[in-house]
Design a protein around this ligand. Structure first.
Ligand SMILES: Cc1ncc(COP(=O)(O)O)c(C=O)c1O
Length: 377
């Protein structure tokens, strides 16, 4: 029976196996597993690719967010604005640091936080905004940066899902993750740029923030065994850097393959009245970390379960990112003022994501689309 994966890392590996084998062998023979030339080479390669002054590699995307918030010097009680429709990590670190996550609704088409929703959530305690570039396209960073300047707020981009996306505004331009004061990304294996374990990075053009991040990621150490502040232990290891050194030069090609798959889905599923394909932002390219549709039917949660079972029988996986608003998660209840956010509620009830990766071929796409279409016949 056919069994398609959501992400085909095995097939991708086969196409870069010789390069990966060489990198792994070099790391093993060097016996330098933490820091060293592989990590430095990756840092430089990513700085060049993103056209950003500083990349600070770290252990994962969640740490990147935490280190960024520590570097900015946020204090317990400070409010940080985040979308309620996101992966938990975005808000988790805010709670962990004793800060207060203030959750807002999102745009129904792009699934991203908007300047209007942010502005409505600003209070005298607000210190930072975390726009999440959800599923692969940037939030409206030009307007968000203008708002941040007006209210003197920090902007920390959660770029875990959008590495490689290009943003083009009038005054704010460049790669996702380099548009705010500080950007955070994840190299979790299934991400657009994924390693073979955990990994993450912080990006910034600000020398002081970069210095603080480097220090915090390394036990708050300014020089060996001298600790200026409380930090953490968060490092990208040499094996993961080796994998990323191989994969980064392929990132644009991988993202282009995802975009072609998204176009195919648009063309073959976009006409179904029961489905709404993902909307596109005007200023940002979309690198399709996920291809996420909305159900346009009564009782969407039931229909979604039935669709999932139907696809499962055909060997087609389908995921729901994300089924529960952040404020309805027990971990976040205490931060919530009560009530609901209408778009977030609607998205949690209606969204589903289809297989999306750099190795999808036309036969697979055809099979997936036919599988979805037969369900609605
Ligand atoms: C939006 C978002 N933020 C943060 C993270 C955290 O990244 P990591 O899993 O590397 O800690 C993820 C990844 O899962 C994510 O999707």
């Amino acid at each position: 029976m056919v069994q398609l994966p959501m992400v085909d890392l095995k097939k991708q590996f086969q196409s870069i196996k010789a390069e990966i084998d060489r990198e792994m062998q070099e790391v093993l023979e060097s016996a330098i597993f933490i820091g060293g030339p592989k990590v430095n080479a990756f840092r430089e390669q990513l700085e060049t690719y993103l056209q950003v002054k500083h990349v600070i590699p770290c252990a994962n995307g969640t740490d990147a967010l935490q280190i960024a918030m520590m570097a900015i010097g946020l204090k317990p009680g400070d409010e940080v604005i985040v979308p309620a429709f996101t992966y938990v990590a975005t808000a988790e670190v805010i709670g962990l640091l004793g800060l207060t996550p203030v959750m807002t609704d999102v745009d129904p088409e792009t699934f991203n936080i908007t300047p209007e929703l942010i502005e409505a959530a600003i209070t005298p305690k607000t210190k930072a905004i975390v726009p999440v570039h959800l599923f692969g396209q940037c939030a409206d960073m030009e307007a968000i940066m203008a708002l941040a300047a007006k209210h003197q707020l920090w902007v920390i981009e959660d770029n875990a899902q959008a590495i490689g996306a290009d943003y083009k505004g009038n005054t704010v331009n460049g790669k996702s993750g380099t548009l705010g004061h500080i950007g955070c990304t994840s190299f979790f294996p299934s991400k657009n740029l994924g390693c073979y374990g955990d990994g993450g990075a912080i990006t910034t053009n600000d020398d002081d923030l970069a210095y603080a991040c480097r220090m915090i990621a390394n036990h708050g150490q300014s020089k060996q065994y001298y600790h200026d502040m409380i930090g953490v232990n968060s490092r990208l290891d040499a094996m993961q850097a080796g994998v990323l050194n191989v994969k980064l030069p392929h990132l644009d090609r991988y993202n282009a393959a995802r975009q072609r798959a998204a176009e195919y889905y648009d063309q073959h599923l976009g006409q179904l009245p029961q489905l709404l394909p993902p909307g596109r932002s005007v200023q940002s390219t979309h690198v399709f970390h996920q291809y996420t549709l909305r159900l346009n039917v009564p009782n969407p949660r039931e229909v979604r379960e039935a669709l999932k079972a139907h696809l499962q029988n055909l060997g087609i996986p389908m995921m729901v990112y994300y089924p529960v608003p952040l404020y309805d998660q027990p971990a976040f209840n205490s931060y919530w003022k009560g009530g609901t956010l209408p778009v977030t509620e609607q998205l949690c009830a209606t969204v589903f994501s289809l297989p999306m990766h750099s190795e999808l071929d036309e036969d697979q796409l055809k099979y997936i689309c036919e599988g979805v279409r037969t369900f609605f016949k």
